[in-house]
Ligand binder design. Structure first.
Ligand SMILES: Nc1ncnc2c1ncn2[C@@H]1O[C@H](COP(=O)(O)OP(=O)(O)OP(=O)(O)O)[C@@H](O)[C@H]1O
Ligand SMILES: [Mg+2]
Length: 249
């Protein structure tokens, strides 16, 4: 296993956001994480990527214990992540934002520039490389978030709602990009509310609810699991029905 999380727990005061989570991520796979708002998905990512030191538990990455190491060490070992709220340097150009990632592996500016240019090309941002990051729309900012992570040349990429807020056309383009990244040999863990994205990308899906895993399996297995339907899908279907009713009324 590329990632082996055992008993990962994150408490904030008396509140347990992630509660004894065991999760295996196989190398070369696309693993989906789903669950209602507040289920603990981002907090679990923060533990995996080193933004948080878990209150308890072990996280092994490529056989090595990493729980509590700095985000920088995680990045060096080959773990990259995107943030649900983009961590873009808005005053800098799109290209320079990607360079920040590229400097992790390339010390010379010319080398980092070359590596960043390749990532910009691959993520469809080459045309905007000189624009300020703040000039990008939602889809561009989400792509830049992926590009910055990709520039660190990771083994695994953790995507936290990297496709949220996109139009249907942009979602299709982003799915193609994620597939392309995966095909290049990068293992992917993806948190996403858009079921269409999870169903078309993930090999295996893990469902979080109240900080715990309530279901795991293929996309077909989990979406058919009554526990999941009750905790999550039922509610989101109910919301969609309400929205449709509001739109027509
Ligand atoms: N730094 C923090 N301090 C206190 N509570 C927190 C902190 N971060 C998250 N929480 C709480 O932990 C729970 C899990 O939050 P988290 O952001 O991990 O959920 P999520 O599954 O990513 O939800 P969403 O789908 O809305 O992004 C929530 O109840 C949240 O309010
Ligand atoms: Mg979240």
């Amino acid at each position: 296993m590329l990632i082996e999380a055992r008993g990962v727990t994150m408490r904030f005061g008396g509140f347990t956001a992630v509660d004894a989570v065991d999760l295996d991520v196989a190398e070369g796979r696309i693993t989906g994480l789903i669950g209602p708002n507040g289920a603990g998905k981002s907090t679990f990512f923060n533990c995996l990527a080193g933004d948080y030191r878990p209150s308890a538990g072990s996280i092994r990455f490529a056989g090595r214990e990493i729980a509590g190491l700095t985000p920088e060490s995680h990045a060096r070992l080959g773990m990259a992540r995107t943030y649900q709220v983009p961590h873009t340097f808005t005053d800098m150009s799109v290209g320079d934002n990607v360079m920040v990632g590229a400097f992790l592996r390339h010390r010379r500016t010319a080398d980092a520039r070359r590596a960043a240019d390749a990532v910009l090309e691959r993520t469809g941002l080459a045309g905007q490389a000189r624009h300020r990051a703040s000039s990008l729309g939602t889809a561009g900012r989400k792509r830049l978030e992926i590009a910055r992570a990709l520039a660190t040349e990771p083994k695994v990429l953790l995507l936290d709602e990297a496709l949220a807020g996109l139009t249907a056309t942009e979602i299709q383009a982003a799915i193609t990009l994620v597939r392309d990244i995966h095909r290049s040999g990068i293992t992917i863990v993806i948190v996403e509310h858009i079921m269409e994205v999870i169903l078309s990308l993930a090999d295996r899906v893990t469902v979080f609810h109240h900080g715990r895993i309530i279901s795991q399996g293929t996309p077909g297995e989990v979406t058919g699991d009554p526990k999941v339907v009750e905790a999550y899908l039922g509610r989101s279907l109910e919301r969609q029905r309400q929205r449709a009713a509001e739109a027509s009324g």
